[in-house]
Write a protein that binds this ligand. Structure first.
Ligand SMILES: [Zn+2]
Length: 232
């Protein structure tokens, strides 16, 4: 019989202070009623923001409900990870498998903390199970990416947050590697306005840091097979 370990993603996996855009909100997790109050407060404030920008939003049929739409999008989708806990994470005995486990091209939708513009891209995660170690349910890696991505984000810190979560859940692992290839709207739509540039960040530990580089090479070769291009 398989022994499963369930872990709740909670404050022990958070690596930035409560209240920061890339952290959880005070009082996390919020009840549905608390989220409703938050949406009302945020909608009122966003109406003032539009007024300050010279937008007669109350009389514009396309804008009249925009403050509420924006507030709902933040609480329920864009910043969901700050308010709503992810489901429990299940890990399983590895049953003797000692190779690399890689999940490629996990979709990422996030938002930069600096400009509140979207970040799109993919996350690649690899790990090696240790003796008597545990593997993680595959879709749970996607859930970890969603949980930490759905916030204000700094790509470098997001890479570390996902790395730490996988590290804690895959007990006795021999190494973890997380690579994010992100496209930032704040680069393509404002400021320098360059389309097509992507940012690659990688956080590695254990065997992925060893001098012979074999595990790291296998990881990046695997990503190359899938994408047709090497991300770094
Ligand atoms: Zn930005």
């Amino acid at each position: 019989m398989t022994e499963n370990t369930r872990k709740k993603i909670h404050n022990d996996l958070e690596i930035v202070p409560v209240g920061y855009a890339n952290g959880i909100a005070p009082g996390f997790p919020l009840t549905e009623k608390e989220k409703q109050y938050m949406i009302e407060d945020a909608a009122e404030a966003y109406g003032k923001f539009l007024t300050a920008l010279g937008c007669d939003w109350q009389n514009d049929p396309n804008s009249a409900d925009t403050p509420r739409r924006v507030a709902k999008a933040y609480v329920n989708d864009l910043w969901k990870g700050r308010y709503t806990p992810m489901s429990e994470i299940t890990s399983f005995p590895s049953d003797g498998y000692d190779g690399i486990v890689i999940e490629r091209n996990i979709p990422l939708t996030s938002m930069c903390s600096h400009h509140h513009q979207t970040i799109g891209g993919v996350v690649h995660v690899g790990y090696v199970v240790g003796e008597g170690g545990r593997v993680i349910g595959l879709s749970k890696l996607n859930r970890i990416v969603e949980h930490f991505g759905r916030r204000g984000a700094i790509q470098e810190q997001l890479t570390s947050a996902i790395h730490q979560a996988v590290d804690k859940i895959c007990e006795n692992n021999r190494g973890i590697i997380v690579s994010i290839v992100g496209t930032h709207n704040c680069v393509s739509c404002r400021g320098v306005k360059h389309q097509g540039a992507s940012m690659v960040t990688t956080k590695a530990s254990g065997v992925f840091m060893e001098n012979d580089n074999q595990a790291r090479k296998e990881f990046f070769d695997s990503i190359k097979i899938n994408n047709g291009t090497h991300p770094v």
